[in-house]
Design a binder for this molecule. Structure first.
Ligand SMILES: [Zn+2]
Length: 141
């Protein structure tokens, strides 16, 4: 694929990830993620509480509950429960991963991360870089 074409696809997938984030019930932050492999979307996710728990992501003080799963974690776990594998896949995400999720991304075999917004704590990105995962920052136009 040419670089120009790749960029076109990257932008389109990122836009879809943004739409996906809107499905999140979280009020503070809505994050969407897609996992693409061989030009097929093999998984998707948004931040939210685990299955069987109430949809509300914030406690009475307005802080995010600790049990909320991040979008990329949900997307990776969805692959884990399918017959697919995230090995050599690309993760599209609206917000760059935190350090906890970065470990999952690397361990799942994801080789490239395309993100729109940079998270305030860069330690996740630093970890991924060290792990040899290709990083692309693609801000929304
Ligand atoms: Zn995270």
């Amino acid at each position: 694929m040419t670089l120009e074409k790749q960029l076109k696809y990257d932008k389109a997938y990122l836009k879809m990830a943004l739409e996906w984030g809107k499905l999140s019930h979280c009020k503070r932050k809505q994050v969407g993620a897609l996992i693409v492999k061989d030009r097929m979307i093999i998984s998707d996710g948004f931040n939210g509480t685990p299955t069987g728990f109430e949809n509300c992501c914030e406690n009475e003080e307005g802080a995010t509950k600790w049990e909320v799963l991040h979008a990329e974690a949900n997307a990776i776990l969805k692959v884990a429960s399918s017959t697919q594998s995230a090995k050599d896949a690309t993760l599209y995400i609206t917000l760059s991963p935190c350090r906890e999720c970065s470990k999952l991304i690397h361990q799942a075999g994801i080789k490239r991360v395309v993100y729109a917004n940079a998270y305030k704590d860069p330690s996740g990105l630093n970890f991924l870089e060290k792990a040899g995962v290709e990083l692309n920052h693609l801000p929304y136009e």
